[in-house]
Design a protein around this ligand. Structure first.
Ligand SMILES: *[C@@H]1O[C@H](CO)[C@@H](O)[C@H](O)[C@H]1NC(C)=O
Ligand SMILES: *[C@@H]1O[C@H](CO)[C@@H](O)[C@H](O)[C@H]1NC(C)=O
Ligand SMILES: *[C@@H]1O[C@H](CO)[C@@H](O)[C@H](O)[C@H]1NC(C)=O
Ligand SMILES: *[C@@H]1O[C@H](CO)[C@@H](O)[C@H](O)[C@H]1NC(C)=O
Length: 479
């Protein structure tokens, strides 16, 4: 009885009108055949391919990029990929995609001549054959795109290889991900090959998603620590001397730099991608300039008791907020006017709302200035350390007055702490640069990860070193 009952249930389920879809046909294998020629037997002629009646149906939905369905006016679709192999394009077959993932209208006849129409397709038996995208395939282009921020995988580069199977599955070698036709699309792209332009069919992918929980947690705690640190400095008047003010500015910059990095990580800056990229860039650079202002100030202060007035703070502010602005402006202009793909700073490129860190432009606009500033801080650190050790000897030798010695000691404690911090910061960002050079070495990935965590926890380190110390806590209680 139970067997018969379940069999009937099964049959009933099977026989339910399944939203009028074509049996055994994935939506991704269908095309809109509203405009195709219909014959009396119910078959359709689409792009020279005859689609038999049983492979057509009325659809009242369409698929969205995230895999969900959306109600649309009823229209005819045909399972054309069952009849002829399909190739998944982003735009109509005669369009070129520009750098901003936009389809540019019809190719000119000159562009048509430059076009390489050949696709390397892997058959089910593993053999690779060359196929013409238009003559051997049906070009599907009105399928949904999984994301707006696709980046292209240029297989002239060793690490960007891919395999396109005849059934439409796409294998990205980078992370061994199998993508279906919703998750990638191909399109013609103009590529610059050492000054020679050619047009190739290149796959577009969504950014590689990796599990980022650890980074999110650590960076969020860091952000909270930044806020607490800023709050304590703003509350405690005694901390707000010139160094304290500079330090607060520095932490503010780090806070915003981290914030934009985190927002980018969770793709929350899509709607203002370029602006977010430039803001993030500005704040990271500003943090470096504040760091160098502080290290220079400490050295100057120790050696020649320089100006500690508000005027000095104003001067520092102009420098440390202004220079990154100049750099941001330069980067923006370079993005607008530099032609070479190698030297163009692709803000918001590669599906990230951050400066594009994978070519030489990053060295010029991002890591280059960083290296210079870290180098500068390092020199200041050495000079200060040298001065401190010399003055220690001097104090011992000449047995200066008690008061001066005591004062000297407490100042020194402060500065040693600051300097310690700056070395830590310098190191952590140096590894960011190191990371840039080894980003394709699998072996070093673990090392890089350790330093990444170190980098992301800067907020926590700062909080522990600067707030959770007896002196600050006492001042805070007094307040
Ligand atoms: C299908 O094609 C027709 C005619 O080009 C168009 O009006 C309709 O919006 C299309 N439907 C969908 C869901 O793409
Ligand atoms: C592109 O070319 C097709 C025919 O080849 C034509 O129907 C269409 O209007 C053209 N579109 C544009 C934007 O030039
Ligand atoms: C196809 O393979 C050939 C030979 O391996 C290669 O030269 C060509 O660039 C490939 N084309 C594409 C679009 O990947
Ligand atoms: C397409 O073919 C590849 C390789 O033969 C296979 O791994 C993949 O599962 C197939 N995909 C579909 C949707 O059949």
């Amino acid at each position: 009885m139970i067997l018969v009952g379940s069999f009937i249930t099964y049959l009933l389920l099977k026989l339910q009108p399944s939203n009028a879809e074509i049996a055994d046909c994935n939506f991704l294998d269908t095309v809109n055949i509203t405009e195709a020629e219909r014959f009396s037997d119910g078959s359709y002629l689409y792009e020279g391919v005859l689609i038999p009646a049983h492979l057509t149906a009325k659809y009242e939905f369409k698929l969205l990029g995230n895999g969900e369905k959306e109600q649309v006016p009823s229209h005819m679709r045909g399972c054309v990929c069952k009849v002829r192999p399909c190739v998944r394009f982003c735009c109509p077959h005669d369009h070129i995609m520009n750098g901003n993932n936009q389809c540019e209208s019809n190719m000119t006849s000159r562009e048509r001549k430059l076009l390489d129409p050949i696709l390397n397709v892997t058959l089910a038996d593993g053999s690779v054959v060359q196929r013409h995208f238009k003559k051997d395939f049906i070009v599907q282009w009105d399928l949904p795109k999984a994301c707006d921020n696709m980046f292209y995988v240029d297989n002239r580069e060793k690490e960007f290889q891919y395999t396109l199977f005849e059934n439409g599955t796409f294998l990205r070698h980078l992370d061994q991900a199998y993508l279906n036709k919703r998750e990638y699309c191909l399109q013609h792209i103009t590529l610059n090959n050492n000054g020679v332009y050619n047009i190739r069919i290149v796959p577009q992918n969504c950014p590689v998603e990796v599990f980022r929980m650890g980074q999110t947690v650590v960076m969020t705690i860091s952000l909270i620590c930044f806020v607490l640190t800023i709050a304590v400095y703003l509350c405690v008047k005694k901390l707000m001397n010139l160094e304290g003010k500079c330090f607060t500015c520095y932490v503010v910059c780090l806070f915003f730099g981290f914030l934009f990095l985190l927002l980018n990580l969770w793709q929350l800056t899509r709607s203002f991608c370029q602006i977010a990229g430039f803001l993030g860039y500005y704040f990271v650079m500003a943090a470096f300039f504040w760091l160098s202002v502080i290290s220079r100030h400490l050295w100057k202060f120790l050696t020649s008791m320089n100006d500690r007035s508000d005027r000095a703070f104003l001067r520092y502010s102009c420098f440390a907020w202004g220079m990154p602005l100049v750099l941001t402006g330069v980067t923006f202009l370079a993005g607008e006017f530099v032609e070479s793909d190698d030297w163009k700073p692709c803000m918001g490129g590669n599906g990230h709302c951050w400066i594009f860190t994978e070519n030489w432009s990053a060295m010029l606009y991002f890591y280059g200035p960083m290296v210079i500033l870290i180098g500068f801080n390092f020199i200041m650190f050495i000079l200060t350390a040298k001065h401190l050790s010399e003055s220690k000897r001097a104090i011992r030798n000449f047995a200066l007055q008690e008061g001066r010695e005591l004062g000297m000691k407490s100042e020194k404690q402060n500065y040693v702490l600051f300097l310690l911090l700056f070395t830590i910061m310098g190191i952590s960002w140096s590894f960011e640069i190191f990371n840039y050079f080894v980003q394709r070495e699998k072996l070093l990935e673990m090392v890089v990860l350790v330093f990444d965590y170190f980098n992301w926890s800067q907020g926590i380190i700062i909080f522990v070193l600067f707030i959770l110390r007896r002196k600050t806590l006492t001042l805070f209680k007094e307040q």
